[in-house]
Design a protein around this ligand. Structure first.
Ligand SMILES: *[C@@H]1O[C@H](CO)[C@@H](O)[C@H](O)[C@H]1NC(C)=O
Ligand SMILES: *[C@@H]1O[C@H](CO)[C@@H](O)[C@H](O)[C@H]1NC(C)=O
Ligand SMILES: *[C@@H]1O[C@H](CO)[C@@H](O)[C@H](O)[C@H]1NC(C)=O
Length: 299
């Protein structure tokens, strides 16, 4: 299969098959209602839920956006949410879904980001991912998606352990970020993180580098969330929980230290067909590439 484009139906079939066959612990994770596990970070009046509280809506208008975060912090595990993005003309609107060790943009924060960059009607969304350690990021990748993320809910997930961070879209690994255990590496593995999501106006940079401005006549812009699931080590201050390397947690075990063979096929297809930007190939920006760029995602 290597070296040729993977036909999409097979890719998706495999993805669904993987999801169905080897994630029993994920399926067992609780689907929580909002209040148990989240707090609203700002502008409560831009947050609504469906009557059964299973779907959450964040809205952005000219006054403000909105965001929520988990009450708990976690270190290592599996973090997943289904999101339906703002449809229609969403240029300038960014929906962010991320993990961060702090409540604000502190100078020593660790952070793992998914950012969905809106676009003009009919033009494709881009998905940007980034990794921060101790306040430094600059590890952007941008991907196209193989579906319209505004039409339906899709799951966006992060697998995080001491060996790798994998960003998934619907069970397809789109980005693999490895830890080689060197003292100088850039792998966030010490600080527990909250999970956040927010919607905000980023028309100064997001769409075609800031050329496309948000069309406020189309406001409010609404993104929708459901099926939050976390299967992770919940951090409890001040005890250094979640530090054992010999735990029974599936996400800490050998099989979660690298992609499975089927995931490697999906990932190879993504690498060939969906990558728009990769900081590890941007020699103009990094005449000397960051050290983690030499780590193989296949190991
Ligand atoms: C969600 O909240 C409940 C009730 O407080 C708690 O028992 C559970 O551990 C939380 N779930 C997560 C994933 O943090
Ligand atoms: C983290 O960043 C802070 C402030 O930028 C710096 O003072 C500190 O030395 C850094 N810590 C490590 C472990 O690199
Ligand atoms: C929006 O669409 C244009 C044209 O297809 C594309 O060049 C751009 O990368 C898309 N995404 C963003 C975030 O600008």
């Amino acid at each position: 299969m290597e070296g040729r484009a993977f036909p999409m139906p097979i890719l998706l079939y495999i993805a669904v098959f993987i999801a169905a066959s080897c994630s029993s612990s994920e399926a067992a994770a609780p689907t929580s209602s909002f209040d148990n596990n989240f707090s609203i970070m700002w502008s409560e009046n831009h947050f609504t839920t469906s009557a059964d509280k299973q779907i959450w809506y964040l809205s952005l208008d000219k006054d403000t956006g909105c965001g929520f975060q988990t009450k708990q912090k976690y270190r290592f595990g599996w973090f997943s949410m289904k999101i339906k993005l703002v449809g229609g003309d969403s240029a300038g609107v960014v929906t962010a879904y991320y993990m961060c060790s702090e409540n604000g943009a502190g100078p020593e924060r660790d952070e793992l980001d998914f950012e969905f960059l809106g676009n003009r009607t009919g033009q494709p969304y881009l998905i940007q991912t980034n990794v921060f350690k101790n306040g430094t990021g600059n590890r952007e990748m941008r991907h196209q998606l193989w579906f319209d993320p505004t039409e339906d809910y899709h799951s966006y997930s992060i697998l995080w352990n001491d060996h790798q961070i994998v960003f998934f879209v619907d069970k397809v690994p789109i980005r693999v970020y490895k830890n080689n255990g060197e003292a100088n590496n850039f792998f966030p593995n010490e600080k527990p993180m909250y999970l956040f999501s927010s919607i905000w106006n980023a028309d100064s940079w997001a769409t075609r580098g800031g050329l496309e401005k948000t069309d406020w006549t189309k406001a409010p812009f609404v993104s929708s969330y459901t099926d939050f699931s976390v299967d992770a080590c919940q951090w409890e201050d001040p005890f250094p929980a979640c530090v054992s390397t010999t735990t029974d947690n599936w996400w800490d075990q050998y099989n979660a230290w690298h992609l499975s063979d089927d995931q490697k096929k999906d990932y190879a297809w993504i690498q060939r067909n969906m990558v728009i930007y990769d900081y590890c190939t941007d020699y103009e920006r990094f005449p000397t590439l960051p050290v983690e760029c030499s780590l193989s995602p296949w190991d």
